[in-house]
Design a protein around this ligand. Sequence first.
Ligand SMILES: [Zn+2]
Length: 115
Amino acid sequence: MSDRPPEKTLAELAPASYECPSCGYIYNPAKGESKNNTPAGTTFEELPLIWNCPVCGVDKGAFRSIGAADAPSGFEENLQYGFGVNNMTPNQKNLLIFGALALGFLFFLSLYGLG
Ligand SMILES: [Zn+2]
């Protein structure tokens, strides 16, 4: 349990997909590719240098990385942002909520006071 790998985002954990610039074919490492007998789980980097596009035959080197197609890109990272409320403790949240309610109530009373 002590040798945990460093934490990574989901996008980093998932191997990147690569797109053929010529025909738009996308090599998805999670699926592999049957024409060249590439088993699922083979990353693009692991493909042999002679590998080429199974659709149009373009060289492997011409393919462009389009990032991890299946992973929610940077999703874990984004949890840190948003409204900031997500990082608060429950006590802080309660203080914020009840503080706002109390202010609203005072404002409501002041309207009656004016009348
Ligand atoms: Zn192609």
